[in-house]
Design a protein around this ligand. Structure first.
Ligand SMILES: [Zn+2]
Length: 85
C-alpha cells in the first residue's frame, strides 16, 4: 500500500535527480494512453501520460521528453494528492 508520503517523496526525488524545479505539459496536449512507467512517480499502472518538460536552472536548459502520469500532473499543477476525493 502506497502512502501519500511515498508519492510526494518520489516526486521530489525526481525533481532533485533531474535538477529541475518545475514541470509543465508541452503545449496543450491532452495526454495519451501508455503502459510505460511514469517518469516522475514511476507508477507502473497503465493510464494517461503527458509529454512534459522542465527547466534546469543549473544547466540553464529545458529538459524535455518526460512522460508523466495524471496523478503527478494533478499534484504538480494543483497540489492535489492522488486518491483523495
Ligand atoms: Zn506519476
Amino acid at each position: 500500500m502506497e502512502t501519500e508520503n511515498d508519492f510526494t517523496e518520489k516526486v521530489s526525488k525526481f525533481f532533485e535527480l533531474e535538477g529541475i524545479l518545475s514541470l509543465s505539459i508541452d503545449g496543450d496536449n491532452e495526454g495519451f494512453f501508455s503502459w510505460n512507467n511514469c517518469d516522475c512517480c514511476k507508477s507502473k499502472l497503465g493510464g494517461n501520460r503527458f509529454d512534459c518538460s522542465g527547466y534546469n536552472e543549473k544547466a540553464k536548459a529545458i529538459q524535455a521528453g518526460y512522460q508523466v502520469c495524471e496523478d503527478c500532473i494533478q499534484y504538480i499543477y494543483n497540489g492535489e494528492l492522488p486518491g483523495l476525493g
